[in-house]
Design a protein around this ligand. Structure first.
Ligand code: A2P
Length: 276
């Protein structure tokens, strides 16, 4: 699909290790943002029904005149659409908004355990994959108990779990569970929503490589084997975030990054108590 690094998935597929995030990208800016990113060389775009920008992203895809088969598109099932029939319908609506006939990756956005429907939703995703309407299926914000439940009840292991992950919150325990099942780990909020970027340790590593703090943090994800999807709406930062394939971190840098991990590093909601 691209000459960028690819991550092999447990269903025989593969996805680009690097892509564009789009949480908080407004609908009316999404087409411009996608065109900029595709022109720079991005080949993977991540969105979600709840982001409210699928239509704009789809317009950007068409306007960029890139062959649809050359771009890997991910979207996600929103919590209010959990359930078997409801998830199938929500998938159709997302595809329609994106203007696509087939999706690359569909994720359950949150387990939303209080709704008690994520296993039914997962069965719907399994059907969509069997029908060839989506190439790979996975989850987001699933804790080990949720992973074990869907795998136990359906026998189908998700290809990906997209979770909050950045140097302040490295999620070692969950990553070990993923490794056991062959689930690829995808980092959301990879830049810690910008809060990491004035950290003195990160600044020192950036100076050493003649790169920006954001670039060395993105490189940390890549060198850690993670799928990384930094979000930006700024053309300069979209370009900057892509300029990470000409250097690597060394053991000393990786050790310094390891020291930033914190049990209190979570910035977003906890999957068990998220209020939605
Ligand atoms: P913007 O869209 O204005 O560029 P995360 O991916 O961790 O959620 O972080 C996204 C946040 O980081 C957004 O607020 C985005 O703002 C900002 N951001 C993205 N790339 C960079 C960069 N290279 N330098 C500084 N801030 C960035």
């Amino acid at each position: 699909m691209t000459d960028q690094p690819m991550i092999a998935l447990n269903d025989g597929g593969a996805m680009p290790q690097f892509g564009l995030g789009s949480w908080q990208t407004p609908q009316d800016e999404a087409a411009r943002v996608v065109q900029t990113a595709l022109n720079v060389g991005y080949r993977s775009i991540d969105t979600a029904a709840v982001y409210g920008n699928e239509q704009g992203l789809g317009e950007g895809l068409r306007a960029a005149h890139v062959d649809p088969g050359q771009v890997f598109i991910t979207t996600k099932l929103w919590n209010e659409r959990h359930g078997y029939d409801s998830a199938l319908k929500a998938f159709d609506e997302s595809l329609q908004r994106l203007g696509l006939e087939r999706l690359d990756l569909y994720l359950i956005h949150w387990p939303a355990p209080s709704r008690g429907l994520y296993v039914d939703s997962w069965r719907a995703l399994v059907r969509l994959k069997e029908e060839g309407r989506v190439l790979s299926i996975g989850v987001s914000n699933f804790e080990p108990e949720h992973l074990e439940r869907i795998i136990g009840e359906t026998g189908v292991v998700p290809a990906v779990n997209q979770i909050e992950l950045h140097p302040r919150f490295q999620q070692q325990a969950l990553r070990e569970v993923h490794a056991r099942y062959g689930i690829a780990t995808e980092s959301w909020s990879p830049l810690g929503r910008g809060a990491l970027l004035d950290n003195p340790v990160v600044e020192r590593i950036a100076d050493k490589h003649g790169k920006t703090p954001a670039q060395v943090v993105i490189r940390w994800h890549l060198d850690s084997g993670l799928i990384v999807i930094p979000k930006s709406v700024s053309p300069d930062r979209i370009r900057q975030n892509f300029a990470v394939f000409d250097f690597e971190l060394d053991a000393e840098d990786m050790a310094a990054f390891a020291g930033l991990d914190s049990a209190e590093g979570r910035g977003g909601p906890h999957p068990l108590t998220a209020p939605f």
